[in-house]
Design a protein around this ligand. Structure first.
Ligand code: ADP
Ligand code: MG
Length: 348
């Protein structure tokens, strides 16, 4: 963070909004009005349906500023929301950002936050078209609303899975949770003795997964290029097990997930051992992976198999079969999100 400190009231709310507005360069020709009026105005793309989603990150609940750089936080707040748009198999187009903060935050802090928000916009070709700025008594809250567009016949809901469909996950799961454990451990070490500097060397991947996640826009494109339309889809924010259960419940089905198929980064497996946590539990219940979990027809197996970004981890079954994890030794145990949640003492 820069050493200068400019109090927000030196600038005022309108001064701050103008400062944000000056940093925004709109890219979509569909936008008629961005920041600066009572509402943004844009032309919908002909033939597309619009999707819209919102998510809020609250200090002390969703992030801890002792180890979260504000630029990363801004970036992540956008990712969390774009992830929901991609989970509808849609393209993200516009966002608004609502921020609420106390006078503990100087103008420079808000600048850093917006650096991250605007970097995310640039990387994902999304435009910031508005927002809201309010004061809070204590912490920082960031609410992002995202709007996307999708061909009507490609919208993918949680409830579209069919018996026999394959369950597929992108990337790998569990690393973000390990990254969080590392940060929390270093924080408590530092609290106990502030002369000990954080030792986080060699943990770049897991730390990036928690501090700077990437939403899987590339997977939506990959699926389109492979001409695979998933039958159902959800993004992995609360944990793979919990999201699989959502697909099952919405689609009125059961599932078998194979423990030996779960894609887990090798370093994450090792670090989980250091924390005495079973890697399978982390993979199923860690959360904040922002991967896409989806089902495809069995006839799409050839297209999906062997793709380095995708792993088939199970298949959908009749509702009566229940939702199960088939362990390495071939035993079937019920998949529960609740139990894991309690075990991990995780927040929403
Ligand atoms: P109103 O009083 O009508 O809500 P505001 O003063 O809140 O208007 O906002 C004025 C304009 O600035 C609007 O276009 C709004 O979308 C935009 N805006 C306000 N706060 C932010 C922010 N934090 N980020 C981006 N745009 C913002
Ligand atoms: Mg307002």
């Amino acid at each position: 963070m820069s050493t200068n400190r400019t109090e927000i009231n030196q600038l005022g709310e309108f001064g701050l909004i103008n400062r944000i507005r000056e940093q925004v360069t709109l890219t979509s020709e569909n936008i008629i009005k961005g920041i600066g009026d009572d509402a943004a105005v844009f032309t919908p793309t002909t033939g597309k349906k619009m999707v819209m989603s919102t998510d809020t990150l609250t200090e002390g609940v969703h992030f801890d500023l002792t180890y979260t750089p504000l630029k990363h936080l801004g970036y992540k707040a956008v990712m969390v929301n774009l992830s929901d748009i991609y989970a509808m198999n849609a393209e993200a187009r516009y966002i608004t950002a609502s921020i609420s903060f106390s006078n503990r935050f100087p103008v420079e802090a808000i600048d850093e936050l917006y650096e991250g928000i605007l970097l995310a916009c640039k990387m994902y070709k999304v435009d910031l078209v508005g927002g809201d700025t309010t004061s809070s008594l204590s912490g920082l809250t960031i609410g992002i609303t995202a709007v996307g567009e999708v061909d009507e016949n490609k919208v993918t809901y949680r409830n579209g899975a069919k018996e026999g469909d394959l369950l597929v996950v992108s990337g790998d799961v569990g690393s973000a949770y390990i990254g969080l454990q590392l940060l929390e451990r270093e924080k408590s070490v530092f609290k106990a003795n502030d002369k000990i500097q954080p030792d986080l060397e060699g943990f770049d991947y897991v730390l990036e997964r928690i501090l700077k996640p990437e939403a899987r826009k590339d997977i939506v494109k990959l699926l389109a290029d492979m001409e695979v339309t998933p039958t159902s889809m959800i993004d992995v924010s609360d944990g793979l097990a919990s999201e699989a259960i959502h697909i099952c419940q919405e689609s009125k089905l059961g599932v078998d997930i194979y423990e030996d198929k779960l894609p887990i980064d090798p370093k994450t497996v090792l670090t989980a051992q250091d924390f005495n946590l079973p890697a399978t539990t982390i993979a199923l219940s860690g959360g904040e992976d922002y991967e896409l979990l989806f089902t495809v027809k069995q006839s799409d197996y050839e297209k999906v198999k062997g793709n380095p970004h995708l792993t088939v981890i199970g298949h959908m079954k009749d509702k009566g079969a229940g939702m199960n994890l088939v362990t390495r030794d071939g035993k079937s145990t019920p998949l529960t999100a609740q139990g894991w949640d309690a075990f991990l003492n995780k927040e929403d």
